[in-house]
Design a protein around this ligand. Structure first.
Ligand SMILES: [Zn+2]
Length: 152
């Protein structure tokens, strides 16, 4: 049948001995040192990209904690003033007859950021778990070890 996917397993550009220019996207053989089109030095893979992901993830979590511990809402009713965190403010709004607004605030300020932290961590762990066996194959290492990727 024409137009069907072949049984050939997918390979990476590195396995095909190819490297792409990060400036102009032209693809070259892996042994090429500089892009013939734009002159940029060619590197097969950024070895520190996963470290940067974790650094930004930790920075995000560190900023998220005080954002949820310090007051974000100041409510003044006659002579009383109260300061509330995001969650306390959502509860305050819900008790004062605005449950839909409270729900929107909770979803946008708590559920979505927590989901993003979990998704990014899961993706980074998945990538490191996949990358570890490939690294071992590429280096020809025969030493058996855990492929969890957590011990890097
Ligand atoms: Zn180029």
């Amino acid at each position: 049948m024409s137009g069907t996917v072949t049984d050939t397993p997918a390979i990476t550009a590195r396995e095909a001995r190819l490297v792409a220019c990060t400036r102009c996207t032209r693809v070259w053989p892996a042994e090429t040192a500089r892009c013939g089109r734009c002159g940029k030095a060619l590197v097969s893979r950024d070895g520190h990209s996963l470290s940067r992901v974790w650094a930004w993830w930790v920075a995000g979590v560190l900023c998220y904690i005080p954002a949820n511990l310090y007051p974000m809402l100041r409510t003044q009713v006659l002579f009383t003033v109260s300061e509330d965190t995001i969650v306390e403010g959502a509860i305050e709004l819900a008790t004062h007859g605005a449950p839909v607004v409270a729900l929107i605030i909770l979803i946008a300020s708590v559920a979505i950021p927590m989901g993003k932290f979990a998704a990014i961590a899961w993706l980074a762990i998945s990538v490191s778990a996949v990358a570890a066996p490939r690294r071992m194959r590429a280096t020809g290492s025969t030493k058996s070890s855990s492929t969890s990727g957590a011990g890097r």
